[in-house]
Design a protein around this ligand. Structure first.
Ligand code: GAF
Length: 386
């Protein structure tokens, strides 16, 4: 048993007294490529990482849901009767939002019972590695079992998204929950966000002598407010101007025509999404035909598009990307929603220390706080542990 599994079970006993009935886990995710394409019904290519959230659970007979976690001191209690997206706030909106969303999704056709829930996690918070989807996905599979909901993984991803949209208030897409629920060891999840068809594709990093580095800038971000929402609105405005349902329906060949139909800023937002969709398709094809050493340029182009057209990067992310590339990474880009969080660098294994040293040095030179640098491996999606 890994330490964190044990710690979660012990944490449950400490908080509630007595043992948990079951233990569930779900990973955070890294997005290899395909940013801000999910809510435009486009393509994404993330993978589940070897950092997980654990959820220990025991049913209650009094209709009360009680949640506690290792990362906050408070205990939050809500009765099944009072459960609604607007009564939830703070960290507990993630697990309890899932309870509400599961009920919504199944029209209450579940055998709802209360529970005690304890959560522990080693997914870094605020790093753009989707610690929130890890909580949602672990709780979604736990409650699906406890309440006999019988939902498949794609539906559970939508439950997690609904919780995030309504209970947390972040207008996010379906990518993160899908990666956390559908991920498999050493594989990427190539997801069509319109049909929700997912193809599981071998990444082959290790066999090619590559490691996927995370460079966490420590710049915090929130998708419930500000820039993320504004970008989503720009995409909707662009789709409206082009008279399409979503930007998924726009191809690179349509871009010259699009330029005349909207203001420059909206056009650049549209251009990012349209070219990023194409880059996801190109990455999947290149991976298949030539292997991972050939995808570096696509990762770099993705970063430039987010920096210049979508304008969701920050100087720390740009610096991490530039320093990693100069030190020998074969491709690098910011990952996740942007405005902070982490960048990734696909790096020859024997150059990992050099890249880390270079990024640390560049941050020190600019007077930025030291970044958190580590490697991740593609890992198994949400599962029952015990
Ligand atoms: C965040 C969101 F949660 C995702 O849905 C996705 O839009 C991503 O930002 C950007 O690609 O992680």
């Amino acid at each position: 048993m890994s330490d964190l599994r044990d710690e979660t079970l012990i944490g449950f006993e400490d908080r509630y007294g007595g043992r948990a009935d079951s233990l569930w886990s779900a990973p955070g995710r890294v997005n290899l490529i395909g940013e801000h394409t999910d809510y435009n019904e486009g393509f994404v290519f993330p993978f589940a990482i070897d950092r997980r959230t654990y959820a220990a659970l025991r049913p209650r007979t009094d209709g009360v849901m009680r949640v506690m976690t290792s990362f906050a001191d408070d205990s939050v209690e809500v009765s099944l009767e009072d459960l609604g997206p607007d009564v939830l706030s703070g960290w507990s909106a993630y697990p309890l939002g899932v309870a509400w969303a599961l009920r919504e999704f199944t029209n209450g056709r579940t055998h709802e019972v209360g529970f005690d829930l304890y959560i522990d996690s080693d997914v870094p918070v605020g790093a753009g590695l989707s610690s929130s989807a890890a909580i949602e996905s672990a709780v979604a599979i736990a409650l699906d079992d406890l309440w006999d909901a019988g939902l498949d993984r794609r539906s559970l991803a939508r439950v997690g998204q609904l919780a995030e949209n309504r209970a947390v208030g972040a207008p996010t897409g379906i990518m993160d929950q899908s990666a956390s629920l559908l991920g498999q060891k050493d594989q990427g999840v190539f997801l069509d966000c319109r049909s929700l068809d997912a193809e599981i594709i071998p990444l082959g990093f290790e066999a090619a002598g590559l490691a996927l580095m995370i460079m966490d800038t420590g710049v915090s971000h929130s998708h419930a407010t500000g820039g993320y929402r504004a970008r989503r609105e720009s995409c909707e405005a662009g789709a409206k101007a082009l008279e399409v349902v979503s930007l998924r329906d726009v191809s690179v060949a349509d871009l010259p025509r699009a330029r005349d139909l909207m203001d420059d800023e909206t056009f650049r937002r549209v251009r990012h999404v349209v070219t990023e969709n194409q880059r996801v398709l190109d990455t999947v094809r290149t991976l298949h035909e030539q292997g991972p050493t050939a995808i570096g340029d696509l990762l770099d182009a993705s970063h430039r598009s987010m920096r210049d057209d979508f304008e969701i990067s920050v100087p720390e992310l740009d610096l991490a990307v530039e320093a990693a590339l100069n030190a020998g990474a074969i491709g690098a880009r910011m990952t996740g929603g942007g405005f902070g969080g982490a960048a990734i660098a696909l790096t020859p294994i024997d150059l990992v220390s050099r890249v880390e040293f270079a990024v640390d040095g560049a941050f020190a030179e600019h007077g930025y706080a030291a970044p958190g640098t580590f490697t991740v491996a593609a890992s198994q999606g949400a599962q029952r542990e015990h």
